[in-house]
Design a protein around this ligand. Structure first.
Ligand SMILES: Cc1ncc(COP(=O)(O)O)c(C=O)c1O
Length: 392
């Protein structure tokens, strides 16, 4: 039984518009393989093709104008007037940059899954006094927990920053970053708010300025649907001022140095030129779709996935009310052999992800971000149902 979203709440005009436009996406527009893993995601053929261009000098006018164009579009995507850095690294690199530049003393890392745990490990690895505050996997980090933990940590001295992952890709739980940021500002004016939106940015609206964030980082290979290798971060003036007081910021990820070069639309080290070309094309595609339409499409795909799971006898792993709109973690309530399911899907040029870590075999994850449209999900759901019918 394939479920489509029926509720009037979600079939608003933008979602209907996405469905209509979906029917005009021609097969030639679709990648030959459909990746429903939560990153790397499928890359549109036009974006992929943009990489197949001759090299240019990295101090050339052409590179500078490409860099400037991308930076301006990224600012719009971040809903910010603040600077947006583009680096040749994956998202983990910017987790490291955040800690190296924002934290001279102590940091509180909220941990509710594998990638927030990684940020804690990165903080420890950078030699910082890092306090891990755990929330159960599959739940969201809530402002109440943030307030309690921050007040407790402040009793022992200043806290330079907190880290939180917006969209825990390991579990499919999304944390309310706006409420968390509001709470941190109320409890401690001097504590910077560092947010990882690696698997949600550009699929979900995250208005950097309105929410008063200090760093919002992401990677190219998720909802942005650019090949892996670039990472981006909007960074506040507050954080830049803090960086000036922190020693041992390293070199490659020293934000003060990156800023000097960014102001000239370039980077201190050689940029990933081919990836920047792909980014340039993909950002144009994103703005051609329209940001609000894009957010609505992702919301629709999220709801569609949850409704399909429930309608087909599966549970959902993420805490109710905090489910991600870019990755759905489906509880394997029907005891499917996830490895066999993925081989079956692979034979049909599709792929999903197994449950992460402790949830291997007990859950499976469906990424629905970037270039994934409702009709792609219909196709995937049909194949999973056929597999389940054959093996049940
Ligand atoms: C939420 C989250 N944070 C960080 C990372 C690490 O990003 P990268 O693989 O780009 O270093 C990932 C990767 O999947 C992620 O999902």
């Amino acid at each position: 039984m394939t479920a489509t979203v029926q509720s009037s709440e979600t079939t608003d005009s933008l979602a209907r518009d996405a469905l209509e436009r979906d029917s005009f996406v021609t097969p030639a527009d679709k990648p030959p393989q459909r990746l429903f893993v939560p990153g790397p995601t499928d890359v549109h053929p036009a974006t992929l093709a943009a990489q197949n261009m001759p090299m240019i000098g990295h101090r050339s006018d052409e590179l500078e104008s490409l860099f400037r164009k991308c930076s301006e579009q990224l600012q719009e995507l971040y809903h910010t007037e603040a600077r947006v850095f583009t680096v040749a690294a994956s998202g983990t690199g910017l987790q490291e940059a955040a800690v190296l530049n924002a934290v001279g003393g102590r940091v509180v890392n909220f941990v509710n899954g594998a990638f927030s745990q990684r940020w804690h490990d990165v903080s420890v690895g950078c030699g910082k006094e890092a306090i891990a505050v755990d929330a159960p996997w599959c739940t969201a980090v809530k402002p109440e927990l943030v307030e309690e933990a921050l007040r407790a940590a402040l009793a022992d001295g200043p806290v330079d920053a907190i880290t939180v992952v917006h969209n825990e890709t390991s579990t499919g739980a999304a944390s309310p970053v706006d409420a968390i940021a509001e709470c941190v500002r109320r409890v401690s004016q001097d504590t910077l708010i560092l947010v990882d939106a690696v698997s949600s940015f550009s699929g979900v609206k995250l208005p950097f300025d309105e929410w008063g964030l200090d760093m919002l980082l992401t990677s190219s290979q998720k909802a942005l649907a650019v090949p892996p290798g670039l990472a981006f971060a909007a960074v506040s003036d507050r954080l830049m001022e803090r960086a000036g007081t922190v020693s041992n910021r390293g070199w490659y990820f020293d934000l003060l140095q990156l800023e000097k070069y960014r102001q000239r639309s370039t980077t201190p080290a050689t940029p990933a030129i081919s990836l920047l070309r792909a980014l340039g094309v993909q950002l144009d595609r994103i703005f051609a779709e329209g940001l609000e339409a894009r957010y609505a499409r992702h919301a629709y795909c999220g709801q569609m996935s949850r409704e399909w799971a429930k309608a087909n006898g599966f549970g959902l792993m993420a805490e109710r009310g905090y489910e991600s709109d870019t990755v759905t973690t489906v509880e394997n309530s029907r005891g499917l052999d996830v490895g066999a399911l993925n081989r079956y899907l692979g034979a049909r040029a599709m792929q999903i992800a197994d449950g992460y870590g402790p949830y291997k075999g007990k859950a499976f994850r469906i990424g629905h971000m970037g270039e994934v449209w409702p009709s792609d999900l219909e196709c995937l759901f049909g194949a999973i149902e056929a597999f389940a019918a054959g093996t049940a």
